[in-house]
Design a protein around this ligand. Structure first.
Ligand code: GDP
Ligand code: MN
Length: 393
């Protein structure tokens, strides 16, 4: 799960990392009021689109303003604009930083190494993917120890190699803070781009250079969210695929794919097997869908609605292995779902296991097409899909 910059910054602050103050505004008027408060202690404010995609700066979603009126105008321009297909609904306002130099620093879960990987570069601000392709030697990497964490000497080496020797203490504390942020929130990624050296006015007319986190991107491990009910509230439903929102609400695991054959299966392993057999029979699955154990008629109906909402689906394969899930419950759900469906899509059903005989009787009475084996079901579904495609040509 991706979270917005403002929420990510809150998680960084909780670990004691240096983040400039900010406010979130949902209207130009709110942006103006926030700018008024911030311009008391700063010459300019920065107004930033809050959307869950990178490259906002390039897309015109990050702008500076020198007065409340200008902040209002800039916010009015950014709110409602579309960045990579996402409409901007809110902006973040911060006192503008006087940037001396931009760096890149991130912590990412390296699954292959089973460790947290820290990546740093003196070439921050720009898209790091581009740096990685063009000049991989400009990126410094170091693995945190799984037991000891990121040790001081490792953090110091990272900082030196990034060219942050002049800000060693701050850089070490930030690198270690990123690892803490990863662990405290079960994050997959904590990325600061730019981590910036900024020029700040000190007391008595002096000036000091500080290292601060100007941007923050955090991705949380969905599978660990059960341990963090407070983080679940950071989910931005505005930016999620409505199908994903519905699937989650119904307790269904659902992943959309590119094919034409909708699959409704119980159990993740069986769902993957079903997709393999559809492919072997020459078809392409339209989705991975696991209705889970003990699914009742209403969940079956919800799953059917999810499958049919995809216009590419021209055949449906239902493959249920009744264990905790009762075959007759699923059959009832299918009959109910078909009565409600707006689109007439051929459906092939295979139900074995608990109450399979009752299910078969129900499906036969309702004139469903059934299959005795999974191979047969996959072949029938692929044939039905091909027939639909031919008739459309
Ligand atoms: P992104 O493009 O979505 O990654 O958004 P960022 O927050 O990283 O902003 C993009 C760029 O805008 C940064 O690399 C900076 O060059 C610039 N920027 C962001 N915040 C400030 C700021 O407070 N002051 C100044 N002068 N520039 C900023
Ligand atoms: Mn950035």
């Amino acid at each position: 799960m991706k979270i917005q910059e403002a929420d990510a910054k809150r998680l960084l602050l909780a670990q004691g990392l240096p983040v400039p103050p900010w406010e979130v505004a949902r209207s130009a008027a709110e942006a103006r009021a926030a700018a008024e408060r911030m311009l008391a202690g700063s010459a300019q404010v920065v107004v930033k689109a809050q959307v869950l995609v990178g490259g906002r700066g390039k897309a015109g979603g990050v702008k500076l303003a020198s007065s409340p009126a200008e902040a209002e105008a800039v916010a009015a321009g950014i709110l409602g604009m579309s960045i990579k297909g996402i409409v901007v609904r809110k902006v973040l306002i911060s006192p503008a930083a006087d940037i001396v130099k931009e760096y890149y620093l991130s912590a990412v879960l390296d699954r292959a190494a089973r460790r947290i990987l820290l990546m740093g570069s003196a070439e921050g601000g720009v898209e790091i993917e581009q740096v990685a392709v063009e000049r991989p030697e400009a990126i410094v990497t170091i693995h945190a120890d799984p037991l000891l964490g990121l040790q001081d000497w490792q953090a110091r080496e990272l900082a030196f190699r990034m060219g942050l020797g002049g800000h060693l203490k701050a850089a070490v504390s930030i690198a270690k803070g990123l690892v803490r942020t990863m662990l405290a929130n079960d994050a997959d990624l904590v990325e600061i781009n730019p981590l910036a050296v900024v020029h700040e006015d000190g007391p008595h007319g002096t000036a000091v250079d500080q290292l601060v986190c100007l941007d923050a991107k955090i991705t949380l491990d969905d599978s660990a969210l059960a341990r963090h009910p407070d983080l679940e509230t950071l989910r931005d439903l505005d930016e999620e695929d409505p199908a994903d929102v519905e699937a989650r609400a119904a307790g269904i695991s659902f992943i959309r794919l590119d094919g034409t054959i909708g699959c409704m299966v119980n159990g993740a392993g069986l769902a993957m097997t079903t997709m393999d057999l559809v492919k072997r029979a020459g078809g392409e699955p339209a989705n991975f869908l696991d209705i889970g154990g003990g699914a009742k008629a209403d969940r079956v109906a919800a799953a059917m609605a999810l499958i049919l909402a995809d216009p590419k689906v021209d055949a449906i394969l239902v493959n249920i292995f009744g264990g905790i899930t009762r075959g007759d419950e699923v059959a009832h759900g299918l009959i109910e779902a078909r009565a409600q469906q707006h689109r007439d899509v051929p459906m092939i059903v295979r139900i074995v296991g608990t109450n399979a005989a009752e299910a078969a009787a129900l499906l036969e009475a309702a004139h469903f097409e059934t299959a005795a084996s999974l191979d047969e079901a996959a072949e029938k579904a692929v044939a039905a899909s091909s027939a639909e495609e031919t008739s459309r040509m």
